[in-house]
Write a protein that binds this ligand. Structure first.
Ligand SMILES: [Zn+2]
Ligand SMILES: [Zn+2]
Length: 155
């Protein structure tokens, strides 16, 4: 697909991003069960995709993003900065100091739900040892204990 899908918080629209759905701009799609992803989503896991920053466009609202950064619950031990919509509080993306040049976006914030099933469908699960026992592995996804991406080169 040549078009660039858009993502924005539902019912707000103050911030809008666009991104590619194929390599090289799209680096990875994954489910993460780490304790930080539970806290940041207020759920049991996060469904993420990673974009090379050179391919990420802020259509509007970049100055409306608020940030929160910390390192003590991050698997890499390095700072992770969260970018939230300043109007509705939706987490738009995260940037990890361990992965310079990349942003981790949320599949659930993408407007086109068809993409959740296709190009943005997760390809692996990580931190599976932290997965709640009432969830099963997703069919067909590679399973990783701990971080699947131990360095930028493995993104
Ligand atoms: Zn995580
Ligand atoms: Zn918003």
């Amino acid at each position: 697909m040549a078009g660039r899908p858009k993502m924005r918080p539902r019912r707000c629209g103050a911030v809008q991003l666009s991104f590619p759905t194929e390599a090289p701009g799209l680096k990875s799609t994954f489910v993460c069960h780490c304790s930080d992803c539970r806290k940041i989503t207020a759920s049991m896991f996060a469904s993420n995709f990673t974009i090379d920053n050179r391919h990420l466009r802020h259509i509007r609202g970049q100055d409306n993003l608020k940030t929160f950064a910390q390192s003590h619950t991050i698997g890499s031990g390095q700072t992770m900065t969260n970018y939230f919509c300043g109007t509705c509080g939706t987490l738009m993306y995260r940037v990890g100091a361990a992965y310079p040049g990349y942003s981790v976006l949320r599949i659930g914030t993408v407007d086109d739900f068809e993409l959740h099933e296709t190009k943005l469908r997760p390809r692996l699960e990580q931190y599976t040892e932290r997965r709640v026992r009432w969830l099963k592995p997703v069919d067909g996804l590679r399973q990783f204990r701990g971080m699947a991406f131990r360095s930028q080169s493995k993104l």
